[in-house]
Design a protein around this ligand. Structure first.
Ligand SMILES: [Zn+2]
Ligand SMILES: [Zn+2]
Length: 467
């Protein structure tokens, strides 16, 4: 496609454009692969119908897997996605034309699998539009929120059925290691994840381990009963956290529940920070043992007082910003707001308070440490990103080459469902029937691309792996 000289001669904009076209071409090729294996499956299925031999395309995945040397599970996953596309003509078209890639197509296929056709017609187009401007992780959250809103009863029943599959297992791999994996209800999984994160921070700053390594050690420490991750700095008695007792516990998980769901039995989904939507029934059940903070919906900004001239927001404002944003405001980042820092959109002027951006609701956002650093470098002109406020709660991010991305207050879309104006709004008479899943529910389809970055400066360390 490009020889290296050609790439080196490109402008930054040209290079980003080439990257985008290459991604589209890869998506186009992925679609061809999916449609080809799906067709292979159809032929074998038709040919074998009614015979006593192999049943219903049983060995199509085996044959496809051998042809291109991929695992049979991956081949089966590709066939499965191809089958789902039969009911999703517009997604199929967007995929085949390279507009959305395999990862996004898979999210749409997974999340519409049991949606009644009456809803699907409207939902599909909206999802494709969301797919074009979201990462797969964010698209998954949005898709689940909309499905939960349109079909709350179906969502509850799918969740209850899926809870039956919960499991934790270990599997030996080479080099004296074992894989520890499992399937947990989302709130429980998030509790474990946040507890490991909390323990990973109990060590002093000279601990040489990475966050992934600390998380792994923390799980063992949790299980051996010590409940505390010993520091590995090797400083013995000089380690400042050696004798420290546990600092006061913060809540491990945060869930935003709309008042209507909690108090009046409405069925709008709740938001589990770091994960995405929870159906109303589950949210009410968790709420029975929760501590509450009430977040009022504000149409004006009541915070223009002398507090606006202080750098740190007052506690009530800190709490409300975190609840409204729900997660880091950088496009695609899903770091829970509780783990983020509060930052000013228009930077606060420490030297001359009142001249820079004020500490008021409209000028505050949550950012994870990584993206806060990006914004701060950009604010100081050291990095050519640009950030500015748009209409309402929209925050515009412009990349060095001019790509635009918009994020909104994700948590507020759950707390105040009527503000989720992009959601398809259908007059759908729930409840609906929930069909049996077409494949065993324990098989989770994953994007068949697993690759550990060997080149460190790439910095593709996900936010949860940063201290
Ligand atoms: Zn230490
Ligand atoms: Zn972030």
């Amino acid at each position: 496609m490009f020889d290296s000289g050609e790439l080196q001669a490109m402008s930054d904009e040209g290079l980003i454009d080439a990257l985008r076209r290459a991604h589209g071409a890869a998506a186009f090729a992925q679609a061809a692969e999916v449609l080809a294996v799906r067709e292979l499956y159809r032929r074998q299925q038709d040919a074998e119908e009614g015979t006593v031999g192999p049943r219903g395309g049983e060995f199509a995945a085996t044959e496809a897997a051998l042809a291109v040397q991929i695992s049979e599970q991956v081949a089966a996953a590709l066939i499965d996605i191809g089958l789902a596309l039969d009911a999703l003509p517009r997604t199929r078209e967007a995929f085949a034309s390279g507009r959305i890639d395999l990862a996004r197509t898979q999210v749409i296929a997974d999340n519409t699998r049991e949606v009644p056709p009456e809803i699907l017609a409207d939902l599909e187009q909206t999802l494709i539009e969301a797919a074009v401007r979201s990462t797969p992780a964010r698209l998954r959250q949005t898709a689940r929120r909309w499905v939960a809103k349109l079909d709350p009863e179906g969502e509850r029943r799918r969740r209850e059925r899926r809870e039956q599959d919960r499991d934790i297992r270990i599997k030996a791999v080479q080099d004296g290691m074992a894989v520890f994996e499992g399937l947990l209800p989302a709130a429980g999984a998030q509790t474990v994840a946040m507890r490991l994160r909390e323990m990973s921070r109990q060590v002093c700053e000279e601990d040489p381990r990475t966050m992934p390594q600390r998380r792994a050690d923390a799980l063992v420490a949790l299980s051996d009963g010590s409940g505390r991750l010993p520091c590995s700095c090797g400083r013995g008695a000089d380690c400042p956290v050696r004798a420290a007792d546990a600092s006061p516990r913060r809540p491990l998980i945060q869930i935003g529940i709309p008042a209507g769901t909690l108090l009046t039995g409405r069925d709008h989904p709740a938001f589990l920070a770091g994960y995405g939507p929870l159906d109303a029934g589950l949210a009410r059940r968790i709420a029975e043992q929760a501590q509450f903070q009430v977040i009022p919906e504000r149409t004006d900004d009541p915070s223009i007082t002398e507090e606006a001239l202080r750098r740190e927001p007052p506690a009530w404002l800190d709490r409300e910003i975190r609840a409204l944003d729900g997660c880091c405001r950088f496009p695609g980042c899903t770091m829970p707001a509780a783990e983020c820092e509060i930052d000013h959109i228009e930077p606060f002027d420490v030297a001359r308070p009142g001249r820079g951006g004020p500490t008021v609701m409209a000028n505050l956002i949550t950012l994870c440490a990584h993206h806060r650093r990006l914004k701060s470098l950009a604010d100081n002109g050291r990095l050519p990103w640009r950030v500015h406020r748009g209409e309402g709660d929209r925050l515009h991010w412009t990349s060095p080459t001019g790509d635009r991305h918009v994020t909104v207050r994700e948590g507020a879309r759950y707390l105040f469902p009527h503000t989720d104006t992009e959601a398809p709004d259908l007059d759908w008479p729930s409840p609906t029937a929930v069909s049996e899943p077409p494949h065993p529910a324990t098989i989770d389809l994953t994007y068949p691309l697993e690759h550990a970055l060997a080149h460190r400066p790439l910095s593709a360390v996900p936010p949860e792996d940063r201290p």
